[in-house]
Design a protein around this ligand. Structure first.
Ligand code: COA
Length: 260
């Protein structure tokens, strides 16, 4: 597929997706959302991709939200359909079987922050700014912001952010648990790459099952979640990687995982 609003390349096991509307601060118009859905669908079974880094083009923004021009023209039913379809695309990212890092290089607002929160982890440039400014426009979050934000930072801080529209800087985002790490602007991609390089040395099936256990488990009661984990734990014992990993430890050598 030819993409108009995103850039995509694969290198060293990483799928790099760059939101690419810098003149509009990478605002997520519908075309961009569709392209995100398409690229994640294409990468799912692509064995050349073992992890994903999602970032924004230019120095200024990861994504400054949904495209306000498009929003301004929507009927109530179109807005509902838009929210449902966008939520489906974010669910695809959230349940992606390989690690997805948002490399937040600037403004990360509204739908941009909702997109970043659907990724498994967030690394932020020290320039990044975060917020859910929908109330400034007389609307509310529509891509899961009211649901994922409290799960990440707790109800108190989530309510503060969604009803004020206030922006917070990268350090504050790190302090409240919205981002994993803040790094120098120029080191953003290399920091994400270094983390993925560490993950790529682990058993790929175990990484996938771990992501699944956390992601699905978070949506269950504790009792259901630990039962689900036990099933996935059992499944790990069906893999060659498990035999190799345990044997390598006992033989005091490095494991050579094959992802099966
Ligand atoms: N949707 C559509 N266009 C957007 C946009 C959005 N969410 N955010 C920025 N843009 C466009 C601006 O309209 C402007 O386009 P133009 O040059 O054709 O006029 C361009 O991006 C640059 O933005 P600008 O506002 O001039 O940059 P700034 O540095 O002065 O301000 C922000 C940066 C992020 C504070 C400001 O752009 C902003 O508040 N954006 C909207 C954020 C928002 O409410 N998002 C939630 C949407 S639900």
């Amino acid at each position: 597929m030819d993409y108009q609003n995103i850039l995509f390349e694969k290198k060293n096991g990483i799928g790099y997706i760059t939101l690419n509307r810098p003149d509009k601060l990478n605002a997520l118009n519908w075309q961009t959302m569709q392209e995100l859905g398409a690229v994640f669908t294409a990468m799912k079974d692509d064995s050349d991709v073992r992890g994903v880094i999602l970032t924004g083009s230019g120095d200024k923004a990861f994504a400054a939200g949904a495209d306000i021009k498009e929003l301004s023209e929507m009927s109530p039913m179109q807005a509902k359909e838009y929210a449902l379809e966008a939520q489906g695309i974010l669910r695809l990212i959230e349940h992606f079987p390989k690690p997805v890092i948002a490399a937040v290089n600037g403004f990360c607002l509204g739908g941009g922050n909702e997109l970043a929160m659907a990724c498994h982890m967030r690394w932020a440039s020290e320039h990044a700014k975060f917020g859910q400014p929908e109330v400034n426009l007389g609307v509310i979050c529509g891509n899961g912001g009211t649901q994922r934000l409290p799960r990440l930072v707790g109800k108190n801080r989530a309510i503060e952010l969604v009803i004020s529209g206030n922006m917070i800087d990268a350090r504050e985002a790190e302090r409240i648990g919205l981002v994993n790490h803040v790094v120098a602007h120029d080191e953003l991609l290399s920091a994400c790459e270094a983390f993925l390089a560490t993950v790529f040395k682990k058993g790929p099936v175990a990484v996938q099952l771990s992501l699944e256990a956390v992601q699905h488990g978070m949506e269950m009661t504790l009792e259901e979640g630990v039962a689900y984990e036990a099933n996935l734990f059992g499944m790990a014992f069906s893999t060659d990687d498990m035999r190799e990993g345990t044997r390598a430890f006992l033989e005091k050598r490095k494991a050579e995982f094959r992802g099966r």
